[in-house]
Write a protein that binds this ligand. Structure first.
Ligand SMILES: [Zn+2]
Length: 218
């Protein structure tokens, strides 16, 4: 073998070995076969403080949460395909004009170079209806409670006029649901009927209003 070819093989091996699974850190692939299986959709329904029902493809825990964080925070766009496949399980467009993603702030778009909800929707085979625009300042919602999140997101979006009249709203991760409620309010004021909401993942129960909240949250 020529030394140039050996060098090339060494370089390729180094690249392959440098990849580690986003779900479990195992070396060798962006997503190992067992984590790929763990990303299969296991849909659940949660409810926002405003009463909107949200169908999520998975709970925001374990392998799913790690992969979503890697997509959102570490630029791992190759994870959009397996995550989008899970999201597809909760997309049902019958009788609807389409899916409206929660818009990305300019700051978040500048930082990542892509819009997470739109990227996921495209990976799920749906084309995003850009009917909301982000006009507020970007705030980090991590650690904020239900009321604080609702206050932070208030006034962050404006509706863009389109011909669509019946839609579902979509976010990547639903925590309290305040963001989806605000999107729903803004679209509703623009005369658009939001028949439901979907999300790739919903945070575990302790962070949100349970769907069957009557007994515990009067
Ligand atoms: Zn793995």
């Amino acid at each position: 073998m020529t030394s140039r070819l050996t060098d090339l093989i060494d370089e390729i091996l180094a690249l392959v070995l440098a990849a580690s699974c986003a779900g479990c850190d195992r070396i060798g692939a962006v997503l190992c076969p067992s984590c790929r299986r763990a990303l299969r959709a296991a849909p659940l329904t949660v409810r926002t403080p405003g009463g909107q029902s949200v169908r999520a493809a998975m709970e925001f825990t374990g392998v799913g949460a790690r992969c979503i964080r890697a997509l959102k925070g570490a630029g791992q766009t190759r994870l959009a395909a397996p995550l989008g496949a899970a999201l597809a399980a909760v997309i049902d467009l019958e009788g609807l004009d389409g899916v409206v993603p929660i818009p990305t702030s300019r700051a978040a778009f500048r930082a990542r170079g892509y819009r997470v909800p739109e990227t996921l929707l495209r990976a799920a085979g749906a084309s995003p209806l850009r009917m909301l625009r982000h006009v507020g300042r970007h705030r980090d919602q991590r650690g904020a409670g239900v009321e604080e999140r609702a206050r932070n997101v208030r006034g962050s979006f404006v509706a863009r006029p389109t011909r669509a009249t019946r839609v579902v709203l979509m976010d990547d991760v639903v925590t309290t649901g305040a963001t989806l409620d605000e999107g729903c309010r803004v679209l509703g004021e623009a005369g658009v009927e939001v028949v439901g909401a979907i999300a790739l993942a919903a945070t575990p129960r302790r962070f949100r209003f349970p769907a069957d909240s009557a007994a515990t949250h009067p």
